[in-house]
Ligand binder design. Sequence first.
Ligand SMILES: [Fe+2]
Length: 312
Amino acid sequence: MALPLTEVSQSQPPGLTTTKAPFIEAALSRGELYIHQPYELYSEANHEAWRKLYARMHDRWVKYANHRFLQGLETLCLTPDRIPRLEDVNKFMAPRTGFQAKPVSGYVPPFLFFDCLRRREFPTTITIRDGATLDYLPEPDIFHDIAGHVPMHTDKAFADTLVRFGESAHTAVRRVQDIRDKDEQARRATSIIKAMARFFWFTIEFGLMRSEDGKGLKAYGSGLLSSYGELAHSVDSPTVQRYPIQLEWVVNQYFEIDHYQPLLFIVEDFEHLFDLVGQLEQWMHQGKLDNVSPGEPALSDADIRSFIEATV
Ligand SMILES: [Fe+2]
């Protein structure tokens, strides 16, 4: 006999599993992007997925992660066996750099996302991948966002780089809104957003950096730092092309999200990364991002409108 619904929900929370969370479905149906983290809804299976992900990453982080990421992990005091409460994460992070994890229901259009960074807010997914598919997930989840991104946000130089990148989105909006012709406006917005998304992808998500002793490479990109397989692959595999970063290459280079990256770019240090964002913004001013190479990432009308209709 089926249990009454109330008994089921009391004994077993519905869970916050990626693509299977009723709480998220309800928020999306109400058009709510910014939400709270309903911690009581995590199931034991959700916590178990976090525990497994965290446990197997630990040794890889020690071997392959940039030292500032490792310091960030210590600063945040992330719980290895339970999904973290974002308010606890923020308690440790905000005093360092002013950054805060801000829970969201799903995809954040690019201008809104970059503008959050400018305000030192990090849009954070609260769902977690199904424990049966630990290795690959096309969507971000809380492990990617909190264990992959947020430790870097405790570092002042990195945090300032994200803020500067967010500020450059305002420059992009002004450059787009300068144009009166609607078709040309959409075309220019598409080009500049592609350039920004590619820069973000090859640095913040998949960036490599020279190690402090100058003898090797370390990962600082969160897509690498949240992937058990790709983190080692990115540094050790002879099949990966690794080149010193060149801005003109990065902004014209398409990427695909559904397999390990065959091409990665290396920055020297965090000062170098910060300067590159400044150069990116300079290029925006000069119109150098108005005609970048077509190709991925694909942008939706909503993505493009997020810049055309932004108020800055
Ligand atoms: Fe990410």
